[in-house]
Design a protein around this ligand. Structure first.
Ligand code: IVH
Length: 705
């Protein structure tokens, strides 16, 4: 069988195959982006593939088909919304991908040529403004009242999203002042970066999927079918142009003559207009604007992906007209992309000042958001699981504003066979202490608070604060100096440093050094409560420290207390008890405590209020034999031990009680021989209850006294 392709040249054949791959790929990506609002790759990646297709199509025009992704803009309307035919098509603007100043020069040169201007004619006046990274919307006002809001769709037909748009506080439902009978305002719906971060923070704490970026979150929200859900996504809006205008007569509203004047007028009607819109002169003005905004890009509370230049005068705009779907009088001049693809080379764990362990992706360096990024946060273990990030994966990295770069997702098809799953370490990578994840928390934390190098500064400041050991003069600056210079690595060293070392520090007068020495001396005489609080054990605030000090009386008793014993303290719940136990289980923490005591830090101690000797079965030995009617062997054993008793395996003279059930054997006979108290289950429980009651009464009496 002869194939049509047999006649093609090898080059053309290869190009044809590639074009077909690109069609499929771009269709899939465009569908995810426009229809599902869930992009699969960064825009920059889409642009690269798109340009490759354009390139092939211009080289082999016979491969250009009407259904090529290059032949259409935007996406198909989503079913579920009523289609809206735009009275005036919603166009896109040509994009100048050259992020350098040549982008501006090229535009100005073209405009001057199209307007037929000579070299020595005056510069063209432009409106220069921000290119917001959101979703275009057409707001239709009739007699000043918002009657319809529609997305761009494919430019000719969009979707009616009026209900959703009405939830956006910033969009006026009625315009102020004199307005034409029909006024369509066009602009961008976007989400502020802080709103986006807060939303993701909430998702993370609920254990739900995070959103990729503000743009696609905003687009997804606008096209969400349930307006109640839209309300939970804080959206914002900026106006940047007009659609249909009718009844443009003096009595209503005089159409301004320039774009900048129009922006002023829209603002007076109550529409949000961004105040960075400026009129500038010629290419130089454009370049300066591009540079200025580029330098301040991170300071805006929302993402911008470039700037937009428009010929300011409307009469000139009209003269310039359109090419296909783009106006000749406007261009978008991009900034470096804020999302890029790169490869995860490894995953490391960083320890924060508070001991929080954060997994960080080590990346193949990539230029994103204007800088080279080689680390990006993965937030926590659950996030890594949810996004399924593995070492070797190709990932989308986002760096926008002053938010730390983060891995927002993976490209599943690019996973290599040897991609490796990451396992969160159970030890702190800085100090080797145990790292634990508390119940209900997403983060692992290092438990070596006093010893851990990462937590050194924080630990010292906490230790020195007024309500802890109260070391006057030991503030943030001094702690930074002491730690950064390497003079102090652990807390106890603070007490050993001496006058000369302090006085030698930069900006440290002799007098201050002397004061510090005195403050350190003074701090050595403290209270147990302050000392415990000063240790900076997680969850142990002043009140808990006071309760612990009061209840146990001695530091050693607290350090050795079991979780059960700690639970006896007022307001100490399971999490706090476990945290205290974990803290003192770290040999390094105990070492620091011992060293502090050795330098002379002291406090008065008193006898424990714990009533160990009053535990109902304290000092009593029990033997269990036979099958009890209700209690299992383990349950009976636990009851005895919780009440302070011991359970032995065989009967001897030292046995106080034998608890016997059905089919008790030799142990029962031995007990009878030795004349030991024999209890059945009922009597055992009665004994437990009566002694416990006596115990409780005596405990209350003691506490009250
Ligand atoms: S003017 C005919 N101005 O960029 C010109 N567009 O393709 C219409 N955009 O999807 C657009 N900021 O949503 C204009 N200051 C701005 C803009 C802006 C963002 C978006 C717009 C459109 C795309 C242009």
């Amino acid at each position: 069988m002869t194939d049509l392709f047999d006649s093609l040249s090898p080059d053309l054949e290869a190009a044809k195959a590639r074009v077909s791959v690109l069609h499929q790929k771009l269709e899939q990506l465009a569908h995810a982006y426009y229809t599902l609002d869930a992009p699969l790759v960064p825009d920059a990646e889409y642009d690269r593939l798109f340009q490759e297709l354009q390139q092939l199509e211009s080289q082999y025009p016979e491969l250009k088909s009407p259904d090529s992704p290059t032949q259409r803009v935007g996406g198909k309307p989503l079913t579920g919304f009523t289609p809206v035919r735009h009275a005036v098509p919603m166009l896109s603007i040509r994009t100048e991908t050259d992020t350098e100043s040549t982008g501006a020069i090229n535009f100005d040169t073209r405009i001057r040529k199209d307007l037929g201007l000579a070299k020595d004619d005056p510069p063209v006046e432009y409106a220069a403004e921000l290119k917001f990274d959101g979703l275009a919307i057409n707001l239709r006002y009739q007699q000043g009242v918002l009657v319809q809001a529609a997305t761009r769709g494919d430019g000719a037909t969009g979707e009616d999203v009026t209900q959703n748009i009405r939830t956006i506080q910033q969009i006026p439902l009625r315009l102020k002042g004199n307005v034409p009978p029909v006024l369509e305002v066009r602009g961008e719906i976007y989400m502020r970066r802080d709103d986006f971060e807060k939303l993701n923070e909430r998702q993370r704490s609920k254990g739900e999927k995070t959103f990729i970026n503000p743009r696609n979150t905003a687009a997804g929200a606008v096209r969400q079918l349930d307006p109640a859900l839209v309300k939970q996504r804080p959206l914002s809006f900026f106006a940047y142009g007009l659609g249909q205008v009718e009844g443009n007569i003096e009595t209503h509203w005089a159409m301004p003559e320039t774009h900048t004047a129009l922006m002023q007028s829209l603002s007076e009607m109550g529409l949000p207009v961004n105040n960075e819109c400026r009129s500038v002169q010629g290419a130089d003005g454009l370049i300066a604007f591009h540079r200025d905004i580029g330098a301040r890009r991170d300071q805006f509370p929302f993402d911008i992906d470039g700037v937009v230049y428009k010929v300011n005068r409307f009469d000139l705009q009209q003269r310039l007209g359109f090419v296909t779907r783009e106006p000749r009088w406007a261009v978008a001049h991009k900034f470096p992309a804020q999302e890029q693809l790169t490869v995860v080379r490894g995953i490391e764990v960083q320890v924060g000042r508070t001991g929080k362990l954060t997994p960080v992706a080590k990346l193949e360096p990539v230029f994103v958001g204007g800088t080279t990024v080689s680390n990006a946060t993965l937030h926590n273990e659950d996030e890594i699981r949810r996004k399924d990030v593995r070492i070797g994966d190709t990932v989308i990295v986002r760096r926008a504003g002053d938010v730390i770069p983060e891995v927002v997702g993976i490209i599943a098809e690019r996973r290599p066979l040897d991609a490796m799953e990451f396992v969160m370490p159970r030890q702190c990578p800085v100090c080797g202490s145990d790292a634990v994840r508390e119940e209900g928390e997403v983060d692992y934390r290092c438990t070596g608070g006093l010893f851990c190098g990462a937590q050194r500064k924080q630990a010292m400041l906490h230790f020195a604060q007024r309500r802890a050991l109260d070391i006057e003069g030991l503030g943030e600056k001094l702690v930074d100096q002491l730690v950064d210079s390497g003079l102090i690595r652990t807390l106890p060293e603070l007490y050993k440093l001496g006058f000369a070392k302090f006085a030698a520090l930069e900006r440290m007068a002799d007098k201050s050094a002397q004061n510090l020495i005195e403050a350190l001396e003074k701090s050595k005489t403290t209270t147990l409560q302050r000392f415990i609080y000063a240790l900076g054990i997680r969850h142990v605030g002043e009140a808990t420290a006071r309760d612990l000090a009061k209840y146990f009386g001695k530091l050693d008793a607290i350090m050795d207390a079991s979780v059960e014993e700690l639970l006896e303290v007022n307001d100490v719940g399971p999490i706090v008890a476990q945290t205290i136990r974990n803290f003192f289980d770290q040999p390094h923490n105990r070492e620091v405590v011992e060293q502090l005591r050795a330098t002379g830090v002291t406090w008065p101690e008193h006898d424990s209020q714990r009533l160990t000797s009053f535990l109902p079965f304290s000092g009593k030995t029990f033997v269990l034999t036979g099958t009890l009617p209700a209690l299992s062997r383990d349950q009976a054993k636990a009851l005895i031990e919780n009440a302070g008793g011991k359970v032995a395996g065989s009967v001897s003279k030292k046995t106080n009680y034998v608890v016997a059930g059905e089919e008790a054997g030799s142990k029962l006979i031995k007990a009878e021989e030795l004349g030991i108290n024999i209890l059945n289950e009922e009597k055992f429980l009665t004994l437990l209850n009566s002694t416990s009651q006596a115990f409780n009464t005596s405990k209350i009496t003691q506490e009250d006294s």
